[in-house]
Design a protein around this ligand. Structure first.
Ligand SMILES: [Zn+2]
Ligand SMILES: [Zn+2]
Length: 281
């Protein structure tokens, strides 16, 4: 008699395995290796059924089937909200929508892979690619032993604070001016995935192309911390409070109390950008 069948003969009555409650021992099912213990079980939905002890122990049987029916029902309901050609991360829905009994959609990943994906996993963001997205992100992150990740995390946190925390001084120029973080980037993994694909490197900082626009994929790019700005004097870029802008833009910033020329001179003399912008003459 194997160890599994030994244990499976000693399942305590009244114990629970997922949705099953063990009611009583049933006559064992004869098998060539010896009798296999079975139990009369009651599912949470009320249905009673005889289940093999080892299927309870190894998780092969978790309910009378009602769990799967509920999950598939939810998936079918979720599918109603999905249309052909819709994009979810790297997935594009390419077919199978006419078969309404199915709980999955045929999707094509940007890398070319095709797969049936559970509808609710598309809608709730659990599945965003065939796996290549995660692989790309992980590969990029592992090259820097996680340091990469922690700097990026600080950038993300700073961005959300500037837009969402009225108690910090920077808020006035961001959240206070109506600048928001897009809902997708409220989640750090989403932001990180975008960052890596958009070419994030340790030496780069996030820039909003339109300074009045939101933090969102279309309006953001990674640019060098100390960009030489094509060597044009009026295009010198300065990073302060975690954000990089032209010197002339900093001079127009509500925090600036001196002219563009003064900020320029001070930074050339080695002042910290924040001090150069906010210290009165
Ligand atoms: Zn059930
Ligand atoms: Zn892929």
């Amino acid at each position: 008699m194997s160890i599994v069948s030994f244990k499976s003969s000693q399942i305590p009555l009244g114990s629970r395995f997922s949705r099953w409650l063990i009611i009583e021992k049933a006559p064992p099912r004869p098998a060539s290796k010896g009798p296999r213990p079975q139990y009369l079980c009651r599912c949470e939905c009320g249905k009673e059924q005889v289940v093999l002890g080892q299927n309870l122990l190894n998780g092969a049987s978790r309910s009378c089937g009602c769990f799967k029916r509920e999950r598939d029902g939810a998936a079918r309901r979720a599918r109603i909200h999905i249309s052909l050609g819709q994009r979810f991360g790297r997935w594009i829905v390419v077919g199978d929508l006419e078969r309404h009994r199915r709980s999955t959609c045929l999707c094509r990943c940007d890398c070319g892979a095709e797969e049936q994906v559970l509808a609710q996993n598309l809608l709730n963001g659990t599945s965003q690619s065939c796996g290549c997205l995660k692989a790309a992100v992980n590969a990029r992150l592992q090259t820097r032993h996680g340091e990469h990740d922690s700097r990026l995390y600080r950038i993300w946190r700073g961005m959300r604070q500037r837009c969402g925390n009225p108690n910090i001084p920077e808020y006035r120029n961001y959240g206070g001016r109506g600048i928001r973080t897009c809902p997708e980037w409220e989640s750090y993994p989403n932001f990180r995935a975008w960052a890596i694909l958009a070419g994030y490197e340790e030496e780069l900082t996030i820039e909003r192309k339109n300074v009045d626009g939101n933090y969102e994929p279309d309006n953001c790019a990674w640019i060098p911390l100390s960009s030489q700005g094509a060597n044009r004097r009026n295009n010198i870029r300065v990073t302060a409070w975690g954000e990089t802008r032209c010197l002339s833009e900093w001079a127009r910033d509500p925090r600036a109390v001196v002219s563009r020329a003064s900020i320029d001179q001070r930074i050339k003399r080695g002042w910290k950008p924040e001090a150069a912008i906010t210290t009165p003459l």
